[in-house]
Design a protein around this ligand. Structure first.
Ligand SMILES: Nc1ncnc2c1ncn2[C@@H]1O[C@H](COP(=O)(O)OP(=O)(O)O)[C@@H](O)[C@H]1O
Ligand SMILES: [Mg+2]
Length: 249
């Protein structure tokens, strides 16, 4: 069974940054196959890692919905979609990326979420490590797209809104009885742990504290990818520590 690390939290708090660093570091360790799943239609995990998405699952589903004739004679629609999804996976040195995207057709969104659920079960089992970059909302949780994870990393800045989102996700995970072995908080763009009541109230451990990293800012300004981030960069150093803790258990 693959080891699933899910990353969730409010939009803009650093989910994709953390996810892409984890994918890159896991790949660099050579401890097994790595799949990054971009489940957030508003961002781009592949791009963060310097890769181009050929086609996302949303557009595959849309294309087939618009033109059912695309499905070869003698093949079921589901098998064809499955085949197209397999070929949409972007392969790189040490890791693969699967991009969910957002379908436009009516009913397609639900369909894609059902697919994601099966994908996480099937395709995902072919990989040793999976990093799931979640959508900012709680859609994936409420649709039970993700049924299990070994780690849920909640990314938050030290703002009220960020912590509130983390709190809501924790509540939802419990309510939906999603099988998550460990939930931990990552405080991003924060200098020191402000052990406010709000954080303590969450009742989860703190996986790490990532300071503001000017190198990250420069990367996005220059349109470079996370793979260009120097290993001495603050964010790199901290995420590496987080990963080491995760792998040690
Ligand atoms: N620790 C950090 N220091 C500086 N910039 C950061 C840091 N974490 C994230 N960012 C920047 O913040 C922006 C949003 O981060 P991102 O990972 O895309 O958030 P999310 O995926 O949660 O929406 C990006 O431009 C990213 O480079
Ligand atoms: Mg994102």
């Amino acid at each position: 069974m693959s080891f699933i690390i899910a990353v969730a939290g409010k939009g803009g708090t650093g989910k994709t940054t953390v996810s892409s660093l984890l994918v890159n570091m896991l790949a660099g360790r050579g401890i097994g196959s790595v799949l990054g799943i971009d489940a957030d239609p508003n961002s781009n995990l592949a791009e963060a890692l310097g890769l181009k998405v050929k086609e996302d699952i949303g557009s595959i589903v849309d294309a087939i919905a618009k033109n059912p004739g695309l499905v070869p004679v003698g093949m079921s629609k589901d098998r064809f979609i499955d085949y197209r999804i397999q070929t949409s996976i972007v392969e790189n040195d040490g890791f693969d990326i699967l991009t969910m995207g957002r379908p436009e057709g009516p009913g397609c969104y639900c369909y894609v979420n059902n697919l994601l659920r099966t994908l996480i079960k099937n395709i995902a089992d072919d990989y040793d490590y999976i990093v799931l970059d979640n959508e900012a909302g709680f859609e994936h949780l409420s649709r039970k797209t993700m049924r299990r994870a070994d780690r849920l990393l909640l990314v938050s800045d030290s703002s009220e809104a960020g912590l509130r989102a983390a709190k809501r996700i924790i509540a939802l995970v419990k309510e939906l009885e999603i099988d998550i072995k460990n939930i931990a908080l990552i405080l991003n763009r924060t200098h020191s742990i402000i052990l406010s009541d709000k954080i303590q109230e969450l009742g989860v451990e703190i996986a790490g504290v990532i300071p503001e990293d000017e190198n990250l800012l420069n990367l996005s300004r220059q349109g470079k990818s996370i793979t260009d981030l120097e290993e001495s960069s603050k964010a790199f150093v901290e995420v590496k520590k987080i990963l080491e803790k995760i792998l040690a258990r």
